[in-house]
Design a protein around this ligand. Structure first.
Ligand code: SF4
Length: 275
């Protein structure tokens, strides 16, 4: 990266060692998206070389994973984990949750936040699962169902979107699905692997098509970790990033002028005003 540079009407103006100035185009496709320099597999290699990943282990049964993932929406893992523990400590079975007054569920999961919204959603989702699976709550058929059918089965449950479905498929059933949460979406867009205008739901298909299925877990976990520690919202720490030399958003992130995750110009940290 040039020592001194700026963005002028869409053209990067860089100072050279000799003092003369040269102009080059910014690394965009002109459609709100950056051109990726690294493949998804190369990103994984760099991130894992920096910090190895935990080995994949199945989390829990599919219904429990559904409940936990629904509780994790819009809150931290710590809070959703507490809410989940309170829920299973208070109710002896999923049948008991479905049949309980909704206020009791709300009380049990309050620590996780958004309890008023999540309690009827959780009850409706579990009620639908029981209607489909019967009193045994046996979701084993999801292991052998064709992937498209398994995704459709899960996403047609109340409150279950592509991310929750992918979490259940990957973490509980060990099936090849790539969950795209807010961190994975943001980092992937900054890296140019996903166009800025792609919806979170569509981003699942876009990313899955870019790597072998056995890399889904590695990509999900390594990129989430990178998003939490380095490629943060709203401003990434590009000078501590192991993929910065191949990231088309690094220049704009350093300048505080444009965010590859949104395609929008961001507020400058220094100098004030909208950039
Ligand atoms: S260089 Fe910056 S914007 Fe790009 S992935 Fe790294 S931290 Fe994120």
């Amino acid at each position: 990266m040039a020592a001194a540079a700026g963005v002028d009407a869409g053209v990067v103006v860089a100072s050279t060692r000799s003092g003369t100035r040269r102009r080059r185009k910014p690394p965009t496709q002109g459609t709100g998206s950056f051109r990726p320099s690294l493949t998804a597999a190369e990103v994984i290699d760099r991130l894992i070389a920096e910090a190895p990943l935990p080995e994949w282990r199945p989390h829990q049964d599919a219904v429990s994973e559904l409940a936990l993932t629904l509780l994790s929406q819009n809150t931290s893992d710590t809070n959703s984990g507490r809410a989940y523990q309170n829920l299973i400590a208070r109710f002896p079975s999923w049948d008991a949750v479905v049949d309980a007054p909704v206020g009791e569920i709300e009380e049990a999961i309050r620590v996780g936040g958004l309890a008023k919204t999540k309690s009827p959603r959780l009850q409706a989702m579990l009620g639908e699962v029981r209607d489909r699976l019967g009193p045994e709550w046996d979701a084993s058929k999801l292991r052998s169902m064709p992937m498209g059918e398994a995704k459709a089965w899960l996403t047609s449950l109340p409150g279950v979107g592509p991310k929750t479905a992918a979490c259940v498929l990957l973490f509980s059933l060990g099936r090849p699905a790539l969950p795209v949460d807010t961190h994975v979406e943001r980092v992937s867009k900054r890296l140019g692997l996903v166009h800025t205008k792609v919806t979170p739901a569509r981003a699942h298909d876009v990313l899955e098509a870019q790597m072998d299925t056995e890399l889904y877990y590695d990509y999900h976990v390594s990129v989430i970790r990178h998003g939490r520690r380095v490629c943060k919202a709203p401003l990434p720490v590009c000078d501590q990033c192991v993929v910065s030399d191949g990231c088309p958003s690094a220049f704009f992130a350093e300048q505080g002028t444009r965010d590859g995750a949104t395609g929008r110009r961001a507020v400058r940290k220094r100098g004030g005003g909208r950039s």
